[in-house]
Ligand binder design. Structure first.
Ligand code: SF4
Ligand code: SF4
Ligand code: F3S
Length: 268
């Protein structure tokens, strides 16, 4: 398919660790090469771009001009607002300005990961840079794909929905697509029978932990976290596992105020 016929995607990266992009790189249906060569035209992505420096910024501006009103804007990372946004600049432009510039003529805006969705890790108290979400900067609801990192299939399904129906999927009050974030993890967890029977791991490595008992007493946030992690495995875990499946309690990374808005030692 010619590049011109594939929808243009501009992917911005601000205060982030690139884990969201890394998560997408590990998707298998489709693989990243299939995605960017056959499905979309990835016209700007700092990590995956061959171009660098002025060349990269020129490519972004060219894509925005050529696909005005039609491109999909994906944002990874939070946006710092303290001290006039100086804590994150790309090509001399603050993240705040770049986001506003790119969003102005986008057909759709998708915030990928918990950083872009509501500040995530960079916004951890005391949030020294004023890390903010995409929605806060733009002053409107955007589609969010939270998770740290997020499940790439939730992102891919959202993009495919947009390409197929020319509209974004139905979302909840936090902008999360309902198809992926409408059920509690606790409802589909493979350890649920142990929870119901009162069988818990008490310490990492104890007999209950080795036997796959429920992780609630190790701080699992599955009962208050909406996400499809138990039903669609992802990331380095291949497509067959997920944090709780690997023996780690869910930390609620898809939930605002449950995951990385507190120092990690306060999460349990
Ligand atoms: Fe990294 Fe998590 Fe932020 Fe994604 S949401 S950029 S994985 S810290
Ligand atoms: Fe619920 Fe977590 Fe126990 Fe699974 S491990 S049953 S999500 S409390
Ligand atoms: Fe995050 Fe919990 Fe899923 S930590 S990846 S929401 S299991």
């Amino acid at each position: 398919m010619e590049s011109a016929q594939r929808p243009s995607v501009i992917w911005l990266q601000f205060q982030e660790c690139t884990g969201c992009s890394e998560s997408l790189l590990r998707a298998e249906h489709p693989t990243i090469d299939k995605l960017i060569l056959d499905v979309i035209s990835l016209d700007y992505h700092e990590t995956l771009f061959a171009a660098a420096g002025h060349q990269a910024e020129a490519a972004r501006k060219a894509a925005m001009k050529a696909h005005k009103g039609k491109y999909v804007l994906v944002v990874e990372g939070a946006i710092p607002v303290k001290e006039k946004g100086i804590y994150c600049k790309i090509g001399g432009q603050t993240a705040v300005d770049m986001l506003k510039e790119c969003a102005a003529d986008a057909a759709a805006v998708i915030a990928i990961g918990s950083c872009a969705s509501w500040g995530g890790m960079p916004a951890t108290d005391p949030n020294p840079t004023g890390a903010s979400s995409v929605a806060e900067i733009l002053g409107k609801t955007v589609v969010t794909i939270p998770g740290c990192p997020p499940n790439p299939y939730n992102f891919l399904a959202t993009v495919v929905h947009f390409l197929t129906f020319k509209s974004l999927p139905a979302v909840d009050q936090l902008g999360r697509p309902l198809f992926a974030y409408s059920r509690l993890i606790h409802e589909s967890c493979e350890r649920r029978a142990h929870f119901d029977a009162g069988r818990f791991a008490i310490e990492f490595g104890d007999e209950g932990h080795r036997k796959g008992f429920c992780l609630y007493k190790l701080g699992c946030k599955g009962p208050e976290t909406y996400a499809n992690c138990p039903t669609i495995g992802f990331n380095d875990l291949g497509e067959v596992s997920w944090p709780v499946g690997c023996g780690h309690p869910c930390i609620g990374c898809t939930e605002k105020g449950v995951g990385f808005t507190k120092p990690i030692h306060q999460l349990a």
